[in-house]
Design a protein around this ligand. Sequence first.
Ligand code: SAM
Length: 350
Amino acid sequence: ATCSRQDVPHSIISLLDGFKASKTLFTASKLKVFDVLNSSENLTLEEVAGQINASVLGTERLLEAAVSLGLLERVKQRDTSVYRNTEQASRFLVSDSPMSLHGYILHCNDMVWPLFSHLENAVLEGTSQHERAFGKKNEDVFQDAYYSKDEVKIRFMDAMHSIARVTGNDVATAFDLSPYKTACDIGGCTGAMAYEFTKAHPGLSVIVFDLPQVIEMRRHFKPKEDDDRVSFVAGDFFKDDLPKADLYILARILHDWSDKKLHVLLSKLSKMCTPGCGLLVSEIFLDDERKRPSRALLQALSMTEGKQRSTTEYSDLLEKHGFTLKHIKHTDNLLDAMLFVKEDPNDKRT
Ligand code: SAM
């Protein structure tokens, strides 16, 4: 059979090249190409190569690939060509821009990429490939993998921080939270999400609750403008008491754990909550047919003990603990949100 021009499998071809494009983005970020082009615009190939301490040939291929992917621009200037960041790269790829995804990109390069290079084994065995990729077993992905070394911990926190800054405002403004005065961000990491909540809701204060290893590093991530309505409490959400609040935030927490583990956390939350207390869940929500978004399904291939769930599955899970779904918000950002309210058990009986 012949292949005519109409049936060239474009989507398959772009999947074939997808990993090369990802790695181009990762490598340009890791070598700080976008930072170099941010501090001095319009650099020649030789100047970029010099500043990133790389070969001219390798830099040329990397920059040309980045231009083809829309990450950089090359413009003619007199008798030479110069490179500069595209607007998108300036906003999201320069490491110290307010909406930078740099931390998350490095996490993808250093942690997710090695795991995915063992995907075949992950599928055959149905387990995380952490030991194959990094030579170490991990029972609890946070305590054993991400937080075993300070350098890896900071990189993971940086990754969370960058996503939270990009999504935080959309999550914080997804619902009317005016009835709530105190919130607790469970697994709130660097506090990036908490600061977005206090910025969006002048009457709200937020306690960030996370593991002691994370809380002790929080000073590395202090925002430019401090806000004394954000405070930090260290503890383990499976074992320790949780701070009292009238709104609990669970942003990118539930997908990391099995239903069984979540019952431990959710029964604690349910006990802490008086009727009327809110619970805000922010995740990527799968549709009921488990077909989209593919971002959630691709993430699930890392085989952590958790799973990706639909809004129906999240509400079934929470209903078992006395929380009633009030609103769902699809934000068109990286994370969506659901708002639940703890119901009065007496109302249920009537
Ligand atoms: N909520 C943050 C956000 O949306 O950017 C961070 C999400 S991150 C995927 C999960 C967070 O849960 C990490 O900050 C991690 O340290 C925290 N965590 C994991 N296990 C925990 C535990 N047992 N007790 C408290 N926090 C925990």
